[in-house]
Design a binder for this molecule. Structure first.
Ligand SMILES: [Zn+2]
Ligand SMILES: [Zn+2]
Length: 363
C-alpha cells in the first residue's frame, strides 16, 4: 500500500459525502512504492470489485535519460494529414458560427462539456489517478463521454498519462515539454514515440485497468465507438431535430467542437507546463494557469496536480474554475461517486513552505 494512503484520516466535515483527507503525503520515493516492497502487494478492491490504488503516477527521480544523440523524429504521416484536415475543417467551422442555428451552438457547447468531462473526470481523475471511486452507471456515462472525446481509448490515455507523471520532462515522458511548445501540444501525436516512453510504459502497473471490464470493452469496440459518438451522432442530431444544414452540423458541432476539446486538453501538456506560477513545487515545470483551467474545465492547476496527483480536485480548491470537481461532487450527491481523496490544508501548507516558490496564497 502506498505510504500516503497509510496516513489518511477522514475529514469530519466531509464524512457525509465520503471525502478522504490525506493529511501528510510522504516522500515521492515512498509514494512510488520504492520501499518496503509495496509494489508487490496485491491491489485492494473497492465495492465494485475494481482495484483503485495508484502506484505508478508519482514522479520517479531515479530515472536517467540515456547519453548520446536523441533518436530522430519518425513522422506518422497519417496522423499529420488527419490532424491537418481536422484543423482546416475547424477553421471553416469558425466562419460558419454566425450563420449556425442557436440550437446547433448550444449542442456543440454541450457536447464539448460532456466530452471534456469524459477526459477530465473520466480518463484523468478516475482512471489514470484513481482519485475517487465511481459506481457502474457513472463509469458507463464517463466511458461514453470519453468515446465522444476521441483522444485514444481509456487504457491508452491512462497509460500515457501515468508515464507522463512518473517521468515528467524526460525522454520517457510522451509529451516532454522540454522539447518545446509544439511538441508537447500536438507534435508528440504526429511522430513515433521515443523508445524510452514505450520501454517505461510497458513496465507500468496497469493491472487495475486491465481488470476493469468496461475499460477493456471500450478498447475492443473503440473504432466503431468513436465513429458513432465523435462524428456521426453529433452531426446527425442538429440535422434531424432542428433542420440544421449538414455542412453546419459537420463543421461546427463535430469538427470545430472536436478540435476545441483536443486543443483545450493539449494546453494542459503545453501551456500549463510553461506559463504560470509554482506555489507548491518550484523544482518541477508544471504551473498554475487560470486560462488553461477555464478551457480544460478545471485542469489548469498543474503545479498542484503534479505535486499531489491523488487529489480528486486536481487543485487546492474545489469549485474555483473547476467544472470537473463540481461535476464529481454532484455525482457524489447522487450516490454515483464516493471516496474522493483530498489533501489537507496543513499538508499543502507544509509542502509550500518546503518546496514552493513563495507565491502560495495561504489559507
Ligand atoms: Zn502534466
Ligand atoms: Zn494527471
Amino acid at each position: 500500500m502506498p505510504a500516503h494512503l497509510l496516513q489518511e484520516e477522514i475529514s469530519p466535515s466531509y464524512t457525509m459525502t465520503t471525502t478522504t483527507t490525506i493529511t501528510a503525503p510522504s516522500s515521492r520515493a515512498l509514494q512510488n512504492g520504492a520501499t518496503k516492497g509495496a509494489s508487490k502487494a496485491p491491489l485492494e478492491k473497492d465495492e465494485e470489485g475494481i482495484s483503485y490504488e495508484m502506484r505508478d503516477d508519482m514522479f520517479d527521480p531515479t530515472y536517467r535519460e540515456k547519453d548520446g544523440p536523441k533518436p530522430k523524429f519518425i513522422y506518422v504521416w497519417r496522423n499529420i494529414i488527419l490532424m491537418g484536415l481536422l484543423h482546416l475543417g475547424a477553421v471553416y467551422g469558425i466562419f460558419l458560427l454566425p450563420s449556425s442555428h442557436v440550437y446547433t451552438l448550444l449542442w456543440a457547447f454541450g457536447y464539448y462539456l460532456v466530452s471534456a468531462l469524459g477526459i477530465t473526470a473520466g480518463a484523468h481523475r478516475l482512471w489514470s489517478h484513481r482519485t475517487y471511486k465511481a459506481r457502474l452507471p457513472l463509469r458507463i456515462i464517463l466511458m461514453i463521454a470519453n468515446t465522444m472525446a476521441f483522444q485514444n481509448d481509456i487504457f491508452e490515455w491512462s497509460r500515457d498519462h501515468r508515464v507522463h507523471h512518473k517521468f515528467s520532462e524526460t525522454d520517457a515522458d510522451p509529451h516532454n515539454a522540454r522539447r518545446g511548445f509544439f511538441f508537447s501540444h500536438v507534435g508528440w501525436l504526429l511522430v513515433r514515440k521515443h523508445p524510452d516512453v514505450i520501454e517505461k510504459g510497458r513496465l507500468l502497473d496497469l493491472s487495475d485497468l486491465k481488470s476493469e471490464k468496461l475499460v477493456m470493452f471500450q478498447r475492443r469496440y473503440y473504432k466503431p465507438g468513436i465513429l458513432l459518438m465523435c462524428f456521426i451522432f453529433p452531426t446527425f442530431v442538429p440535422c434531424y431535430f432542428w433542420g440544421e444544414s449538414f455542412t453546419h452540423s459537420l463543421f461546427v458541432a463535430t469538427l470545430l467542437r472536436y478540435a476545441v476539446v483536443l486543443n483545450a486538453t493539449w494546453l494542459v501538456n503545453s501551456a500549463a507546463h510553461m506559463y504560470g506560477t509554482r506555489p507548491y513545487d518550484k523544482n518541477i515545470n508544471p504551473r498554475e494557469n487560470i486560462l488553461v483551467a477555464l478551457g480544460a474545465v478545471g485542469e489548469g492547476f498543474h503545479n498542484y496536480h503534479h505535486t499531489f496527483p491523488y487529489d480528486y480536485s486536481a487543485s487546492e480548491y474545489r469549485w474555483h474554475i473547476n467544472f470537473t470537481t463540481f461535476f464529481i461532487d454532484c455525482m457524489c450527491l447522487l450516490g454515483l461517486a464516493y471516496d474522493r481523496k483530498k489533501v489537507s490544508k496543513a499538508a499543502i501548507e507544509a509542502r509550500c513552505a518546503r518546496t514552493g516558490e513563495g507565491s502560495w496564497k495561504g489559507r
